[in-house]
Design a binder for this molecule. Structure first.
Ligand code: ADP
Ligand code: GLC
Length: 480
């Protein structure tokens, strides 16, 4: 079976969040099951120099009005992933990130940049743009790839089947109607039965409407997005499509996130011999300038600073953590106001509170390895990966009962196989209660150790998720 992944990021090439982790790991896991998977993504600045180009580029001509592009076949040197890169320097060769410029503003031509990605996806899928390789399944993710199924609906008689995965319903790719001719889409698609959403064009709705099957990244989030509260205005469409919507939990890349072999951390450890974790904690306290106290419960946060993640809630429990003899390390970036508050908290209590504003893959591993507990107080969370990494690293997650957090963390008071602390509502008072319970558990060493080991022994490998996707592809192909 041949599967084309259309995505705007993939670890280890380009990453802003969990989508990259999934888009990097799932094709490899499917590869282990015999699937021939390729990743179609933009050739962002410098990417062509970081991959092995495996053949000549193919000129695709004018893909969108006045936008010419090439397809470049490549392999990533780390994992051997097969890539097809959309090369269009005018749109992708620039500083900043995949979606934002250096000042944190959306690129004003994102509609064109991801319109191009979507269009090339459809050309590979249906029009033989890469003639030696025609996919059976096109698997697109999030709004950035949402137009692929829409273009496909307009093209060609024999089409591969389409699966669309929602990693986050909050980001929708909404643009004015006037962009339609610029991305070469006819006006007839601008309809409630199409990609129109409250008078605008929605790339996410295009993906949801024109794909044969929809998935999201946890069973609970699959239910939440069908409700008015969690549906971000799309619950009607999603509940209509409930028979073609499934939640499949993400996995953990067992090579990238394995404390026994992790090159980023101070000492290796495992469920069989967790002793190295103490050295990781001491090293993290030193690195972050915290007092080197082995007995202080050390909390961590690794997150984008956006409303979704409840960073404001995490800030509201810092004094509780410190008053209870604990410490906290925060790594992340995003909202400038939150960055300012996080810096301020670290400046006020440098022995107990440490912050690093920015993106740092190595430090994210050292926080997972060195902390005792990880705070994930999300308002909503489609799946969440940091709590899975935490459990693998013997770090007890403290999470809100929502989306994938609810599906992956068992509260210690609810089962002997408990793996973390779970609270219900995104309120400071509830998070304060959860932090107090965490500190009490930490000060009960046998119970703490049992909780750590329960988490470390869980199997969240990608092989399980890949088998579920493979089964799904088979069903959709059969139904076609
Ligand atoms: P989301 O995709 O919503 O950001 P996830 O929990 O699914 O949330 O995935 C976040 C991913 O991004 C994880 O791999 C996490 O370690 C990583 N990450 C988030 N912020 C940072 C940061 N500042 N530095 C390094 N890694 C980060
Ligand atoms: C999104 C979600 C996150 C999920 C990730 C990967 O970014 O916010 O919960 O884990 O995608 O699916």
């Amino acid at each position: 079976m041949r599967v084309l992944f259309v995505t705007s990021e993939a670890h280890p090439l380009v990453k802003t969040g969990g989508l990259a982790d999934v888009a990097g790991a799932l094709p490899l896991a499917l590869g282990r099951l015999g699937v021939d998977a390729r990743i179609l993504m933009p050739a962002y600045a410098g990417l062509l120099d970081r991959v092995e180009v495996t053949g000549p580029a193919r000129n695709l001509g004018e893909v969108l009005p006045n936008v010419r592009a090439q397809l470049v076949p490549a392999r990533d040197p780390d994992g051997g992933r097969q890539l097809l890169l959309v090369n269009c320097p005018a749109l992708f060769e620039r500083p900043g990130g995949p979606y934002l410029d250096e000042h944190g503003h959306d690129w004003p031509d994102n509609f064109l940049r991801f319109g191009l990605l979507g269009r090339v996806g459809a050309m590979v899928a249906v029009q033989g743009a890469w003639p030696e390789w025609a996919p059976d399944v096109v698997h697109a993710s999030d709004w950035q790839a949402g137009l692929t199924p829409a273009y496909m609906s307009l093209l060609g008689a024999r089409r591969p089947v389409t699966v669309f995965t929602v990693h986050n319903l909050h980001y929708q790719g909404i643009f004015g109607r006037e962009i339609l001719p610029m991305v070469g889409l006819p006006d007839v698609l601008f309809s409630i039965e199409g990609l129109e959403f409250y008078g605008h064009v929605s790339y996410l709705k295009a993906g949801l409407y024109y794909s044969q099957f929809l998935t999201t990244v946890s069973p609970t989030y699959a239910r939440e997005i069908q409700t008015q509260m969690g549906g971000e205005g799309l619950h009607g469409l999603l509940s209509n499509r409930a028979a073609h919507l499934q939640g499949i939990l993400n996995g953990v890349d067992q090579d990238d996130w394995n404390p026994a072999i992790d090159p980023h951390i101070a000492a290796p450890f495992s469920a069989d011999d967790p002793s190295g974790k103490a050295a990781c904690k001491a090293a993290l306290q030193r690195e972050m300038g915290l007092a080197e106290r082995p007995d202080a419960p050390l909390f961590g946060v690794v997150s984008r600073f956006v409303e979704q993640k409840g960073i404001d809630l995490a800030l509201s429990v810092i004094s509780t953590i410190v008053d209870n003899g604990g410490q906290i390390v925060i790594l992340g970036s995003g909202d400038p106001g939150l960055e300012w508050h996080v810096r301020g908290a670290a400046g006020a209590m440098p022995d107990a509170v440490a912050a690093r504003i920015g993106y740092d893959e190595g430090l994210s591993h050292r926080i997972q390895a060195g902390c005792d507990a990880l705070l994930v107080p999300s308002r909503f969370e489609p799946c969440g990966l940091t709590q899975l990494y935490a459990m693998r690293y013997g770090t007890v997650p403290v999470v809100r009962r929502t989306g994938g957090l609810a599906d992956t963390v068992i509260d210690v008071d609810e089962a002997s196989a408990g793996t973390g602390i779970v609270f219900d509502h995104p309120l400071p008072s509830e998070l304060i209660g959860a932090v107090r319970r965490t500190v009490d558990l930490y000060r009960t060493p046998d119970a703490w150790r049992a909780t750590m080991l329960n988490g470390m022994r869980l199997d969240h490998s990608w092989d399980r998720a890949a088998r579920e996707y493979l089964g799904l592809y088979g069903e959709v192909l059969h139904a076609d």
